[in-house]
Design a binder for this molecule. Sequence first.
Ligand SMILES: *Cc1c(COP(=O)(O)O)cnc(C)c1O
Length: 400
Amino acid sequence: MENFIISDILSKPYESGEKTNFQIPLLAPYVTETEEKYLQECIRSGWITSAGKFIELFEQKLKDFTHSPYVVAVSSGTAALHLALRAVGVEKDTLAILPNISFVASVNAVHYCDAEPIFVDINSATWQLDENLLLNFLENECFYTKEQTFHKATLKRISALVLVHNLGNLGNISAIQEICERFNIPLVEDAAEALGAFYKGRHAGTFGKVGILSFNGNKIVTTGGGGAVLTKDEHISKKVRHWANQAKISAEEYYHDEVGYNYRLPNPLAAIGVAQMEKIHFLLEKKKLTRDFYADILRGKAIWQETLADSQPNYWLFTALFENSHLIAQKLKENSIQTRKLWYPLNRLPMHQNCLYVQKNDFSWKVYEKSLSLPSSVGLQIQDLEKIAKVLEEGLDEKI
Ligand SMILES: *Cc1c(COP(=O)(O)O)cnc(C)c1O
């Protein structure tokens, strides 16, 4: 593992950053010489496509870190989720349940399977799917047989619960697992944001039948673009690998026994992933230190996502609720500091006009409106943080 000294890093300039018009971007990848070295190795060896040693190495590193028995690296988190949903039987004329706050990829994968989403409102404190609303819905608006659960009004089967770990934090997983078992609903964890997050000491994405990770540019670990499927079921891991490779039966012949996809992760991207995984502990530690800094300067002035006692978040994207979030965002923007709100509630997107939304208080909207994600790059220097702190204080003082 590379050795990092936090104070060194804090005083170092960005090693890299996505090109934005902002002096301080929201979330830039953190890349060092190791990524360059491994990429160079790929190029010099000629292994730059979908085979090569880094793919297996990357999968092994993910297995070691998450303790998932099987890991299949693929081309994106969205692709991983598509495969995961197909593997548990999400299909046409079925319903998949998911939280109303998530990145749109979670629900897009449901649409790829021709299934329909049902959105459940979030808990106002944890911003995760509210398990009480879920239970109430299943008990009152569904009926269940020994093996399956059906929605009374449409007679459609509930084919999966897509549990998103919003912002790399985890809700009440034990309660959710119990509900899924009782109603025979396959649990699929969208742990795209949750690499390095744990619940009762177990890694996110290893509780359900299948879990997925993303290595998109802004995630804790990036390969530029990529994802992985996690499962303890060998059969599922084989199916997923097969589908990701156009369902090709053998290396010698172009014979395919099912409809497949081109969802493989190229070797150079896996090489970047290996370099990133070698510094995962540093990446996580730096996130935590930076989050502590924000917590200090915002004490009593903003509301953070609640962390349950059993949950250890990875502090992927520092997001808080402010009474005057618009004003603060504006102030930060004027100072070339990029921020963003949370994802727009899924029930309010035009393609979901006719979808069911299970809610009592529409906390999704309330949380969304006040939310502000603050710069969360691992490469943030102390002078960046001080600049952000100063502007934040000014913005908070102007509160009416
Ligand atoms: C990033 C993300 C995805 C999609 O991952 P990609 O690698 O960008 O396809 C899916 N779900 C959630 C919750 C995400 O944050």
